[in-house]
Design a protein around this ligand. Structure first.
Ligand SMILES: Cc1cc2nc3c(=O)[nH]c(=O)nc-3n(C[C@H](O)[C@H](O)[C@H](O)COP(=O)(O)O)c2cc1C
Length: 206
């Protein structure tokens, strides 16, 4: 029995959004085929996600060194700990996000910032930082209107999330990308249909 964390970084309605359709289809088929697993959902636009800055840096530093936190720092730290606990206790992680302005929605960036805590998700060594979460698996579900392919330097969403997860030691990552449905509107429906088939297959396999 596994615990699976589902992270949704898009608050558009499913009928308007390809990545939300991917999220919902994955969730439905995953639950159908993994009835014994525990599913935890986090919808990032519904969360209070503090932005990384002085208060959070101080909150984390003071927590790590046993110093007294201010009221605001305690509040930030409790949010950090809640998300960190969910993230580190999951066996598998599913993240669904669109490509917006060449990168991830800012809520996903803010969320990943919460996870960068030495001793929790990585540790420093003489050879450089080493990830601590190498036992986890992840799947990334991404939709992007244009065609970028695997290696475009302008695609800073899938690459961005993968590098963060790699930094935490997570290397067992599969991706399903639906792309080009805006660039080629006449083929849009078939691009999405074909992509959704891959989402369902991946949900059953994951
Ligand atoms: C605010 C915004 C920014 C976007 N930026 C890009 C972009 O940089 N590159 C691109 O190919 N498509 C871009 N798109 C199109 C989305 O990638 C496309 O709608 C895709 O399906 C993901 O969004 P969705 O999951 O909500 O459908 C953008 C769409 C919106 C609404």
């Amino acid at each position: 029995m596994s615990t699976v964390l589902f992270v949704k970084a898009n608050d558009r309605p499913a009928e308007e959004s390809v990545s939300v359709k991917m999220y919902e289809a994955f969730l439905k088929h995953y639950k159908e085929t993994h009835a014994e697993d525990t599913v935890v959902e986090v919808h990032l636009h519904e969360q209070e996600l503090p932005l990384l800055g002085w208060d959070m840096i101080q909150a984390n530093y003071k927590s790590a060194t046993g110093k007294e936190l201010s009221g605001k720092e305690k509040q930030i730290r409790s949010i950090v700990e809640k998300h960190l606990e969910q993230f580190t206790s999951a066996d598998k992680i599913v993240m669904a996000f669109p490509l917006w302005n060449l990168t991830v929605p800012s809520v996903l960036h803010a969320y990943l910032d919460l996870m960068h805590l030495p001793g929790k998700t990585f540790r420093y060594t003489e050879a450089g930082p080493v990830g601590l979460l190498s036992d986890k698996r992840a799947v990334l579900l991404n939709a992007r209107g244009g065609v970028y392919g695997e290696d475009s330097p302008f695609e800073m969403a899938v690459h961005f999330v993968k590098r963060h997860l790699n930094f935490f030691g997570i290397t067992n990552i599969s991706t399903v990308v639906i792309e080009g449905h805006h660039q080629f509107p006449d083929q849009g429906a078939s691009i999405i249909e074909e992509g959704m088939r891959k989402v369902v297959m991946e949900a059953k396999r994951f």
